[in-house]
Design a protein around this ligand. Structure first.
Ligand SMILES: Nc1ncnc2c1ncn2[C@@H]1O[C@H](COP(=O)(O)OP(=O)(O)O)[C@@H](O)[C@H]1O
Ligand SMILES: [Mg+2]
Length: 409
């Protein structure tokens, strides 16, 4: 087919009729109006033409040898490629034309022989217009759907990045957090230096009294304690910061049984648990295995349990801490629950943010859950959610994607 012909035409029409004279009349009529015409003298020829090209509309005679118009129509409607092409039947007034059947098998309209030029043109034009509008509608609908999908994905990412604060904020936070203990240490060190100088001068002048020496010892002890505590705090923060950036290596990846591994991680927590009355259980299918990072999982389990011990209970409380493991439609779900004090909705919104802690004065860094969040999402390629009710306890649900989870029979 020639390209200029296609570009200039108002659409390609396939005429199917076993009477050559009919084809000629219709061809001339439609060509004059700017349509591109293809003709076929039988249903079979029509199908072989459509192997190479699909028309925008088909005019189909009813009475034809071998395959009649109804049969051609049914075959067209059964094929996904040709199903939507608008189809108009051609019938002679004298023929016994079954309109009900023609419409019920998918014909859109019919024209009668002998042809009335204006009628043929009006019907063809209307159906082509409708067809093009419909196609446009489908295309726009698909574009809208794509835009909507993109929007949803972007929204999800935005929400995540907003929650996790930008790198800039993280650096500012780190600087601030470390500056506080360093600042206190600096002041304490300068006190210690000036007190020592004063004491040394008095000593040299042989003016150092016993009471002054005692006062100096007291203040020196206090200053060194302050320096020590604050340097220790700075050191703890620095250690935690190292973990904020998730290690990208795949070194310790292997297949392991999840339940058994969590139980082992808990045994390592015995020194912490021994000082409490809490009871900890792990339930679920022993056989669930995952190809992932056991070290990372252990770090997550440890942090979750220590958080419950530190934040959820008062001294002397008997808490119930539970891990439950299950395979939900190929997703590994690790659910961790405590029945401690829980938290408010505002608190829950912030717990994964870096530096959010309700125990800053008692040494909290606010990095524990942020690190857990990074480990779950980046290293384990999963998700973590928190649910909590004040006074009833807290639940963390971790789910890890299906590819790596297996439950051997
Ligand atoms: N199991 C829990 N029960 C109640 N509150 C919790 C629990 N786990 C965490 N939190 C809250 O989330 C905050 C952030 O925890 P985390 O990031 O580990 O920092 P940190 O332990 O240093 O405070 C805690 O300060 C506490 O308010
Ligand atoms: Mg913590």
């Amino acid at each position: 087919m020639n390209n200029t012909e296609t570009l200039n035409s108002k659409g390609t029409i396939l005429l199917v009729d076993d009477t050559l004279a009919n084809l000629q009349v219709l061809t001339q009529m439609l060509k004059e109006r700017g349509y591109m015409i293809r003709t076929a003298l039988s249903g079979k020829l029509a199908f072989s033409f459509m192997e190479t090209m699909l028309p925008d509309l088909i005019l189909l005679d009813i009475l034809m040898p071998e395959m009649n118009g109804y049969e051609v129509c049914e075959k067209l409607k059964a094929d996904e490629r040709t199903r939507d092409i608008p189809l108009i039947f051609i019938s002679a007034l004298s023929e016994n034309f079954d309109k009900v059947k023609a419409f019920s098998i998918g014909g859109l309209d019919y024209i009668t022989k002998p042809f009335q030029a204006e009628e043929v043109l009006a019907r063809v034009e209307t159906h082509l217009k409708l067809y093009h509008l419909q196609q446009q509608f489908f295309q726009q609908n698909e574009e809208l759907q794509n835009t909507l999908d993109n929007l949803k994905a972007t929204q999800a990412k935005l929400l995540e990045s907003e929650k996790m604060a930008s790198l800039g904020n993280l650096v500012a936070g780190i600087t601030h957090e470390i500056n506080t203990p360093l600042g206190i240490s600096k002041i304490a060190a300068s006190h210690l230096t000036s007190d020592t100088k004063k004491a040394a001068t008095s000593y040299e002048k042989k003016q150092l009294k016993g009471s002054a020496l005692k006062a100096y010892f007291e203040s020196a002890t206090h200053s060194s304690q302050l320096i020590f505590n604050n340097l220790e705090r700075a050191n703890k923060l620095a250690q935690s910061f190292k973990q904020v950036a998730v290690d990208r290596t795949n070194l310790d990846k292997r297949v392991f049984a999840v339940k058994k591994y969590i139980e082992e991680s808990i045994i390592n927590l015995t020194p912490h648990l021994k000082q409490t009355q809490h009871c900890i259980t792990v339930s679920g299918d022993d056989k669930i295995e995952i190809n992932s990072f056991p070290g990372t999982l252990s770090q997550i389990v440890t942090n979750l349990v220590i958080n419950s011990i530190t934040h959820a209970y008062q001294d002397g409380d008997t808490g119930e801490l539970r891990f439950d493991i299950r395979d939900e439609l190929g997703q590994l779900i690790i659910e961790y629950k405590d029945n401690g004090c829980g938290m408010s909705a505002e608190q829950m919104d912030k717990i994964f943010e870096p530096f959010f802690t309700t125990r800053r004065a008692k040494g909290g860094t606010g990095l524990g859950l942020h690190i857990i969040y990074n480990l779950v999402t980046q290293k384990l390629k999963g998700t973590i959610e928190c649910n909590s009710t004040q006074g009833l306890g807290t639940t963390f649900t971790i789910s890890i994607s299906s590819q790596n989870v297996t439950t051997p029979p």
